[in-house]
Ligand binder design. Structure first.
Ligand code: IMP
Ligand code: MG
Length: 180
């Protein structure tokens, strides 16, 4: 499928499932190298990163711990500039190595908020693995984004977990908003 229309907006194919899966396998290896002996907790940031987290951790031979949190800051095509919802984090993370698994980091607002919450529990370390990264929109430049799948331009993307108004998350490829 070369293009798809969601809520009246046209999106064109941007990253194919093959490319995405190949890159995630590479990231999984990099992460394993650093974390295999550290008994890490992976924190899947719902909803967007459910595909990415599953794919990333599927490659692992180690007994990783996975937890889920939900942080919401986005409305439609635009960042709401404030955190609207935060739930989850039931595991004790004191003295543990935490890897936040995100679908996309844009302004960094969501991840920055999450890190502040985690630090209240004194983890041993916190790092970020994000499938997509939009560097031009990054506001929180000090974030420890150690693992990046793809660095992309500012256009809105959907698929492989990413949504527009909760639609298109299930698409296996990633699509980018076309110029009108
Ligand atoms: P940030 O807080 O500005 O870094 O935005 C992060 C959150 O906004 C992500 O976890 C996504 O849920 C959402 N988001 C940002 N850009 C996009 C996009 O292009 N498509 C879909 N969701 C996005
Ligand atoms: Mg998200």
């Amino acid at each position: 499928m070369e293009s798809i229309t969601i809520d009246g907006k046209i999106f064109t194919l941007f990253l194919s499932e093959d490319e995405i899966l190949k890159r995630i396998e590479e990231l999984a290896k990099l992460i394993a190298k650093e974390y295999e002996l550290k008994n890490p907790i992976f924190l899947c940031v719902l909803n967007g990163s459910f595909y990415f987290t599953a794919e990333l951790l599927k490659h692992s031979l180690y007994n990783y711990e996975i937890s889920f949190v939900r942080v919401k800051s986005y409305d439609g095509l635009h960042s709401a500039n404030e955190i609207k919802e935060f739930i989850g984090l039931e595991n004790a993370i004191e003295n543990r190595h935490v890897v936040i698994v995100e679908d996309i980091v844009e302004s960094g607002l969501t991840t920055n908020y999450l890190i502040a919450k985690l630090k209240e529990q004194n983890p041993a370390s916190v790092s970020i693995a994000t499938l997509l990264f939009k560097p031009n929109k990054l506001f929180h430049k000090e974030l420890p984004i150690d693992f990046i799948g793809f660095t992309i331009s500012d256009e809105f993307v959907i698929g492989f977990g990413l949504d527009l108004n909760n639609k298109a998350r299930n698409l296996r490829d990633i699509y980018q908003l076309s110029e009108e």
